[in-house]
Design a protein around this ligand. Structure first.
Ligand SMILES: *Cc1c(COP(=O)(O)O)cnc(C)c1O
Ligand code: SF4
Length: 432
C-alpha cells in the first residue's frame, strides 16, 4: 500500500467532501487556511465512515470544523476568502488568527531544555529525572494530523522547528553523561515517519554497553492509527521490526507508545496485523490519548477501547486532558466531566483493563492526575496528585484545588483552603 497524503488545502476538493453540504466545504476551506490538517488514503478509505460524516469520530478527529475557531476569527477570514481578497491581506488575517490560538502552550518546548556548559541542547527535554525526550529533526511531522494537536503551530511554521536535534549525536552525548536517566522517549511529530535507517541511527547506539543505564526505550507514535502499513508492507517495515527485535534482544525494554483516540482505529485488519508484528519483536505497546469532545467523550468508547486493547496485547497507559491551544475550544471538556467519563469507563471494565491513569494534565510543575472530587472541611474540592513532578519528592502527594465546574485545565484551578500550592513553599532542588 502506497501512502498518498492530502494536505489541508486539498481537503475541500476530495470527492467524499464534494458530496457533502456546500456550507461544510466552505467551512473546511476557511478553517484549514488557519490550522494545519493532513489526512491520507488509509484514514480516508479505512477509518472514516463517510455515511456518518461529519458526525463520524475519525472525521471529527482529522477534518476542519467551523466551531474550531472563535466566531469572529472565522468571520474575518471567511469574508476575505469569499471576496478573494489580495494574498497579503489574507496572510495578515491568518497570522493574526493563529496568534490568538495560544500557539505556544506553556512553552513546553523551550522549558526543560538541558544545558551543556553555556549551550542549550535544543531538541532534548529533561524535565523528570529518569526520562529524556528526544525530538529527531526528521520526525517532526505525522502520517496525518489530529485536530487537537498541541504541536500544531510547528506544522505550519509558527513555532520554529529549532526544538529538534539534527541527528543522534547531541542526544547520545548527553545520555552518555547522565546515568540517572533510565528512559529515553523519542517523540515528535511522529518518529515512525522516519526511514528505518534513520531511526536505527538513534536507537542502535543505545544498545551499546556504555548505555547500560538506559533500560527503557520508548517511541511515541500514531502510526498504528494513521499508517499501520509502516509495520507491515512499507519497503523498510521488515527492517524496522528487526531493529525493535535487536533492541529487545539487547535487554532493553522497548515500548511503542501508541496514540489511539477511538476504538475504530484498533479495528482494521492492517492495524491488527501491525500490532501482532510489533509484539512478535518482544516490544510492548502502551496506549495513550487525550479525552476530547466530538471524538471520544463517551465512557463507552473508552471502555471498549481498553477492552479491545487488552485483548490485542496493548496496555492502556494514560488518558490525557486536552491542552489549551489551537482548536481547544472545540475539543475541551470541563475537568469534572473528564473525571466522570474516566470513572464510568473504568468501572465497566475488568481490573486488567484498568491500567490507564487519568485524567492527566501535563502541566508545568508535573503530570497532575484528577483523582476525584470531595467535600473537605466544608469545601468542595478536586483531589489531585502528581504522577510525575519536576521534583521527585512531590510525586504521589495528594493535594486539593477549589472545585470549579468551568475549569478545563490546570491553570484554571486555585488551591483550596486559601493556601499556596504545597510546592510553592517547597521550591525544587537545584541542579541534576
Ligand atoms: C509524560 C512525560 C514523560 C514520561 O513520564 P512517564 O510518567 O514516565 O510516562 C517524560 N517527560 C515529559 C516532559 C512528559 O510529559
Ligand atoms: S499524532 Fe501526535 S504529534 Fe501528530 S498530529 Fe496527532 S497529536 Fe499531533
Amino acid at each position: 500500500m502506497k501512502m498518498r497524503a492530502v494536505p489541508g488545502a486539498r481537503l475541500a476538493h476530495l470527492p467524499q467532501v464534494q458530496r457533502m453540504d456546500p456550507a461544510v466545504r466552505r467551512d473546511i476551506e476557511v478553517v484549514s487556511s488557519i490550522l494545519p490538517f493532513k489526512v491520507n488514503n488509509y484514514v480516508l478509505d479505512e477509518l472514516i465512515d463517510w455515511d456518518r460524516a461529519p458526525h463520524d469520530p475519525i472525521y471529527r478527529l482529522t477534518f476542519p470544523d467551523r466551531a474550531m475557531l472563535p466566531e469572529a476569527v472565522f468571520g474575518e477570514v471567511a469574508e476575505l476568502i469569499d471576496r478573494e481578497a489580495p494574498r497579503a491581506e489574507l496572510r495578515g488575517a491568518v497570522h493574526r488568527a493563529r496568534s490568538q490560538l495560544n500557539p505556544h502552550p506553556g512553552d513546553q518546548l523551550q522549558a526543560n531544555v538541558p544545558q551543556a556548559g553555556t549551550e542549550s541542547l535544543l531538541g532534548l527535554q529533561h524535565k523528570y529525572r529518569e526520562t529524556v525526550l528526544v525530538f529527531p529533526g526528521q520526525g517532526q511531522t505525522c502520517h496525518a494530523y489530529c485536530g487537537y494537536c498541541f504541536r500544531w503551530a510547528q506544522f505550519i511554521g509558527v513555532a520554529e522547528l529549532k526544538q529538534a536535534v539534527p541527528g543522534p549525536e547531541t542526544a547520545l552525548a548527553y545520555l552518555a553523561g547522565h546515568h540517572e536517566v533510565s528512559d529515553v522517549l523519542f517523540t515528535g511529530g511522529d518518529p515512525m515517519i522516519m526511514s528505518t535507517d534513520r531511526l536505527r541511527g538513534y536507537l542502535a547506539p543505545l544498545l551499546e554497553p556504555r548505555f547500560a543505564h538506559i533500560r527503557n526505550i520508548r517511541v511515541g507514535t500514531k502510526a498504528l492509527s494513521y499508517w499501520p502499513y509502516r509495520f507491515t508492507t512499507d519497503d523498510d517495515a521488515a527492517d524496522l521490526l528487526r531493529l525493535l527485535e535487536q533492541a529487545t534482544a539487547a535487554g532493553r525494554h522497548v515500548a511503542v507508545m501508541a496514540h489511539f483516540s477511538h476504538v475504530r482505529e484498533l479495528e482494521t485488519a492492517a492495524c491488527r496485523e501491525a500490532i501482532r508484528r510489533i509484539r512478535d519483536t518482544g516490544a510492548v505497546i502502551r496506549a495513550q490519548a487525550p479525552l476530547v469532545r466530538h471524538v471520544n467523550d463517551d465512557p463507552a468508547v473508552w471502555a471498549e477501547m481498553w477492552r479491545t486493547m487488552t485483548s490485542l496485547g496493548v496496555a492502556p497507559y494514560y488518558m490525557f486532558v486536552e491542552r489549551d491551544t489551537g482548536a481547544s475550544q472545540y475539543f475541551e471538556l470541563p475537568l469534572h466531566r473528564a473525571m466522570a467519563i474516566y470513572r464510568e469507563a473504568l468501572s465497566s471494565v475488568s481490573g486488567l483493563e484498568r491500567t490507564a491513569r487519568g485524567p492527566v494534565m501535563s502541566a508545568s510543575p508535573g503530570k497532575v492526575v484528577v483523582d476525584g472530587t470531595a467535600r473537605v472541611a466544608g469545601q468542595d474540592v478536586f483531589c489531585l496528585r502528581f504522577l510525575q513532578a519536576r521534583d521527585p519528592r512531590w510525586v504521589g502527594r495528594p493535594f486539593f484545588a477549589k472545585h470549579d465546574e468551568h475549569a478545563v485545565w490546570f491553570d484554571d484551578l486555585k488551591p483550596a483552603f486559601d493556601e499556596p500550592w504545597f510546592w510553592q513553599s517547597d521550591p525544587p532542588r537545584q541542579g541534576s
